[in-house]
Write a protein that binds this ligand. Structure first.
Ligand code: APR
Length: 247
């Protein structure tokens, strides 16, 4: 597995990319790092907020135990995100959606920056921080139009609502992973961008693509457990590397 450290797109990869009919892209927190969104584990350690590890404050158990604290945590992250813009990696992926017969963008990110860059039909494996969902009637609502009463209540049934994101200990939204896996099994080229590839089932998608014969490429400044099974690894930043595919 050749490792490109000086950000060149090999002739082999350029050939595969330019002749591909179906391209599948999986992104993680790293694709938003150059926009200023903190990653979860880059650098080998897990983030902490008010003394609580991300995996605790962002958990289903916390919704049960202290829903106001969960809202406070996600309000903090929304305030951070509000000021941030998509970077050249998001922009490149948005341009690619009309370039291929089939293009699939699957993200683990909840930051909404792919949509902000103009990407449509993004398969959001872990939900979206700009949406909320009622604990009673499951009605979803966009938080951008919502008043800031905390904890907010459902406009439909008055029930308590929670952030519409997948928390630790929870299943993915029904059907999203299955749809992603189906498309991964049919792609010619699979790009894995900015993920530590340790959280399943998301990390299984490149494996599904590989098993179905796709050419798998990882883009990440660091090696991950996935690197060894990739056809090519480009150790670089997504915002610097993805635009190179178009040159
Ligand atoms: N470009 C590309 N990759 C980058 C960049 C960059 N500019 N900066 C950092 N990275 C890489 C890091 O090296 C790391 O491997 O992005 C990866 C980010 O890994 P994580 O923080 O673990 O994020 P992710 O893989 O998306 O986490 C998966 O875990 O915490 C849960 O639900 C959360 O969706 C998240 C899931």
């Amino acid at each position: 597995m050749p490792i490109e450290a000086c950000h060149t797109i090999s002739e082999r990869l350029r050939q595969r990319f330019s002749t591909a009919r179906s391209v599948f892209v999986l992104t993680g927190a790293g694709v938003s790092a150059e926009s200023g969104v903190p990653t979860f584990r880059g650098g080998g350690k897990e983030g902490v907020w008010k003394g609580l590890p991300f995996s605790v404050i962002s958990s289903a158990a916390m919704v049960e135990r202290d829903l106001p604290a969960v809202w406070e945590w996600f309000d903090y992250r929304r305030d951070l995100l509000e000021k941030l813009k998509p970077n050249p990696a998001h922009d490149a992926l948005a341009r690619w959606q009309s370039r291929f017969e089939n293009f699939t963008l699957v993200t683990q990110n909840i930051d909404g920056l792919h949509e902000a860059a103009g990407s449509n039909d993004v398969l959001e494996l872990h939900g979206n921080i700009w949406r909320a969902r009622c604990l009673e009637c499951e009605k979803r609502e966009d938080l951008r139009g919502c008043d800031n009463a905390r904890p907010p209540v459902c406009q439909e049934c008055g029930g308590a609502i929670r952030p519409d994101v997948v928390l630790f200990g929870e299943m993915l939204p029904p059907g999203v992973f299955e749809e992603a896996a189906e498309r991964a099994s049919q792609c010619d080229v699979c790009l894995v961008v900015g993920t530590s590839a340790i959280v399943y089932p998301a990390a299984a998608l490149p494996e599904i693509a590989r098993a179905a014969g796709a050419f798998v490429v990882e883009i990440n400044p660091e090696l991950t457990p996935l690197s060894a099974m990739c056809d090519e690894v480009i150790q670089g930043k997504a915002g610097e590397v993805l635009p190179l595919f178009e040159i």
